[in-house]
Each structure stands twice: as C-alpha cells, then as structure tokens.
Design a binder for this molecule. Structure first.
Ligand code: ADP
Length: 399
C-alpha cells in the first residue's frame, strides 16, 4: 500500500511517497514559489532526479507537477496515482478540537480553517492544499489530516493553562497547545521499542531541536507537558524565535520604539533566538564556526541555548518526579554532540553518564548512555513523514 504524505505551506509543498509494505520512501520532493513562479525538485529513491520550472499560480498546479514528476518524468516511480491508497497531510494547528488524526470531510476542513487565526502562516495553506488535492486526485483517494498539536492534547489543565484572566481562555481559547507533536510521538514510541518496555511504564523526555525547538514530558504513555505554547514561539530560544520572555520587556521595547503588536511579533519570531543574540546566523553550524573563531556573541548564543534546554529538561524531571529516558532529535539534537554532553553532564546528580565515543555519532539512532547510567539517553532521528503515513494507513485500513 502506497501513501502520499503532504506538508504544505503557503508557497511551498513538501511531499513523500512511502511504500507502507516496508516503510520505504519511494520518492520525495519539493515544490517552491507557489503563487509566484513555480519550481519542482523531485528525487526517486534510486537517485534519479527531475527538476523543472513550471507555472504554479496555486497549489493545484503544484500537485499537477507532482503527478507528472511521479508518473511521467525521468524520475517516475509509479504509473498512475491510482496506485496510491491514501494521502496524509501535516496540519500545524488542531487547537482543542482535534485530539487525533482523522479523515478529511467538509466539517474537518472548516474547523482547520477556523483555527487559522492561531496559525495564520500554516492552517490556511493546509486548507488550500487539501482542496487542491481533492481537485487534482478526485474524491476517491481518502485524505487524512495529522496534527502537530494532537499528541499534546493529553496535557492536564494545570500544564496548559496560562495564568491570565480566565475570560481569555473562554473567549479566545488562549492556552498552551504545543507543537512538533508528530515528532515527539514518533521518537517516544521509538524509545519504548529500544527500551523494550511498554511506553506506559517509562518516563520519557523528548528534545526536538531543529530550527524550531520543543521539549516534551511523557508519562504513563502520554504527553503531560511541552515547552511550546499557544504558538510555536513559546519555550526556549530557537533559530530565530525568542522562546519565553517577560512580556513586560516587550511592552517596554514597544513603547520605547513605538512598535505595533505586529512588529513585536516579527521581532520575536524572526529576529530573535540564535540569530538575534549571535548576529551571525540562525543556523547552529554557522554559530559554532563563529564561536570557534572567537566571536563572543556566538559563544553567548550557544551557552544560552544549552542552558535553556537543560532547564526545560530539569523542569520536566521534576514534573514527572523522575525520568527513565531522554531522547534528542531534530537537526541540532541529532548532530550536536557538545550540546548533548552539556545537558547530560549537568544531570550528573541523577548519575547520567554518556559514552564519549558514541556521543560523537551524528544523525543515527544510538543509545549514547553507558550501561551504568542512571538514565538512558538516546539520539533518535525523527521521521515525521513516516509517522503521518502510519497514522494515515491506520485510519484508512479501518474504512
Ligand atoms: P527544521 O526545524 O527546519 O526542520 P532541522 O531539524 O533541519 O530544522 O534543524 C536545523 C538545525 O540543525 C540548524 O541549526 C542546523 O545548524 C542544525 N544542523 C543540521 N545538520 C547539522 C550538522 N551536521 N551539524 C550541526 N548542526 C546541524
């Protein structure tokens, strides 16, 4: 059974075709500049490539380009889209409405659209993409939506409520929703498999550290707390996002520089974090290089990032009254031995010990803690597309 996984933004569309018989990726690709000009870059598993510039005024033309790439181009992998059993879509914001993945219908589409106020850059684009999919592939291929937020819906109110006047929760549903749920779900499931234990019996902390970063506490098999909040700005510093800061600092800056709420939003989301502190880049590789060359602000950014991550891990150890396993994932989590070493060394009070040689490995699934470590520590490359495909398969196989 083949599942087509779609991750659509307003001007881009990432996709993968996965053969669920062996969970192998048959092809993957990216359409960019939708609504502006349009280009596709497509790659088959055997290395064949197809790249083209083609007009994509809307997502519909982008999907038509994908159909061509998959079925007719020099990198074709199937004869027809009839071979595809279902389509799985990544959706950023499911609010409190979506507690799990589900089939697309008119009500689901309008709910995702209504939640757009909380994810203006993402949800409207997802709706456009789903509608374009229906237009391109017809109604006969079932479509499933998988939410970044649904894994966090098990959080108790004490974790997801903000101590604001209660009316803002009632009127505007302002609360913590979290993000990266598909990744935290995937990685925590892998931890349980690697531990050879039922997930319900282990306390897990998953650290998804990429351009966006979040840390999640998983107890009794479910998420009990997570660092991202009402939006993916909350938590700790990221590539260009500030993470949590005293809101008074923002109102103070806004008054001083006569800035609007939208300006503040841009500053916190796009100009802060590793970029804002280092002044070098939002990318950890550039910051590491600058740090090695003696750039003080790059070194400060690195030390802040590590300290903030450590504190979130510490919070969640307290929240769960212990931890059995910690997992690192995402571009940084999978590739930054120095960060992992820093976090683990500072959990020495729990007798956390890692193997220096194993910790040097990058981008592969490995247990980096020693046999006598008080907590098991893993590096687990995330695979959100596979997680979406699995959920999609699960839902359509019950039809
Ligand atoms: P996104 O959130 O966009 O999916 P990624 O998970 O790809 O982001 O993570 C991007 C971050 O991972 C960047 O800061 C980048 O520097 C870091 N990263 C990726 N590969 C490496 C590597 N080989 N070594 C160090 N850092 C890396």
């Amino acid at each position: 059974m083949k599942i087509f996984v779609v991750n659509a933004g307003s001007s881009s569309l990432k996709y993968q075709l996965i053969d669920m018989d062996n969970e192998e990726v048959l092809a993957k690709g990216l359409c960019e500049r939708i609504g502006v000009t349009g280009c596709i870059s497509h790659k088959a598993a055997d290395g064949r490539k197809y790249e083209a510039e083609t007009p994509m005024p809307t997502h519909s033309e982008a999907f038509e380009a994908v159909v061509f790439a998959m079925t007719k181009s020099e990198a074709k992998v199937i004869d027809s889209f009839d071979e595809i059993s279902a389509i799985g879509h990544r959706i950023v914001q499911g609010g409190a409405i979506f507690k799990g993945s589900c089939l697309v219908n008119d009500k689901v589409l309008s709910d995702i659209s209504d939640l757009g106020a909380m994810a203006p850059l993402h949800n409207p684009a997802h709706v456009l993409a789903i509608k374009a999919c229906i237009k391109t592939f017809g109604e006969k291929i079932p479509q499933v939506v998988v939410f970044d937020t649904s894994f966090h819906q098990t959080m108790p109110p004490k974790a997801y409520m903000y101590a604001l006047p209660y009316e803002y929760y009632e009127k505007y549903q302002v609360r913590k929703y979290g993000a990266h749920g598909t990744s935290h779900h995937f990685v925590s499931d892998r931890v349980a498999v690697l531990e050879n234990k039922d997930k319900k019996d282990i306390k897990i902390i998953t650290c998804h550290l990429g351009n966006g970063c979040s840390i999640t506490a998983i107890k009794d098999g479910v998420c009990v707390d997570t660092s991202m909040g009402f939006t993916p700005l909350d938590g700790f510093m990221m590539g260009t996002r500030s993470g949590t800061i005293d809101p008074s600092a923002l109102t103070y800056i806004a008054e001083k520089d006569n800035l609007s709420a939208a300006d503040i939003n841009t500053i916190c989301n796009k100009k802060s974090g590793m970029l804002g502190i280092s002044g070098v880049s939002n990318d950890n590789r550039d910051i590491e290089k600058a740090g090695k060359e003696g750039n003080e602000r790059a070194l400060l950014a690195t030390s802040m990032q590590r300290y903030q991550i450590l504190k979130f891990v510490g919070q969640y150890i307290a929240a769960m009254n212990g931890v059995d396993a910690i997992a690192f994932t995402g571009g940084i989590g999978e590739n930054d031995p120095g960060l992992r070493q820093y976090v683990c060394e500072n959990l020495g009070f729990l007798n956390v010990k890692i193997d220096g040689e194993l910790n040097k490995l990058r981008g592969q699934e490995v247990k980096i803690s020693t046999a006598d470590s008080g907590v098991d520590v893993f590096v687990i490359p995330t695979n959100e597309e596979l997680a979406i495909a699995r959920d999609t398969l699960d839902i359509v196989s019950k039809l």
